[in-house]
Write a protein that binds this ligand. Sequence first.
Ligand code: ZN
Length: 267
Amino acid sequence: MKHIFLSLVLGICMMLSGCVQQQMQRQANTSNTVVLDIGHYYHPQRGGQGARTPDAKYGVIEETEFWYRYAGYVKNVIEKAGYTCIICNRGSMPTDAKLAAAAKKCGVVHINSPIPTAIYRSKHHPNRVAVGMLSADFALDQRPGAVVFLHHNSNSAKWLVSNKGAFYCNERGVKLANTMAQVMNRDVLDHGMPNNGVPCGVVVRNDGRKGGGDWLNTCNESYVPAVITEVAFLSNPEHAQYLSKHANAVQFAESIGRGVVEFMRNR
Ligand SMILES: [Zn+2]
């Protein structure tokens, strides 16, 4: 009798959790919301805390500040296509007046992480921990159809031509990353931004808990496609020269937006 009761309870639990999973899946597949996360954060005295160009020889770019300036262009493309787009950042409003104005213009939601460099546990999936996790949690709060973590890459403290940029994605985000890479190849790589004929990579990532791996994992566990953009290398003089020009930076940002839109339309 006891056994029958226990297996009945177990069966009901399994059914319920199956229902919850199906509902989460449906939610992600039908959501018209896209969340963009501006990577790293702005320190009131030291400025943007992401990767930066080695020196001023080929242009001065820091990735957080870059995305404060250009995330709005990604958002415009997504919203013009009829989707809702929300931009967030793990830190607080930049003290730099121009960046603050750009942040207000495109409505950046600041998470105001108490310690932006600390490791946080996801409230959605508590086995996932990472620096910047509060942004990933915020993104999932929006019940999104896609999440894009806006970054640039850098693989050297000195100038070095390097072309193996990629969109890092979770398993749910392979199609999103592939679509974004196709658009990036079509519109930007060797079509403005020199890349020596090397196409944009797509890398499924589920490791690196302290870094971005668990942002992707926590999104994956909510069935949400997620991508980290690591296409341009700020240590590559050719990429830095290209991105230093405003019109080119807009072209780069808009191609990220177009990639997201093409994915959303063809889900
Ligand atoms: Zn970064």
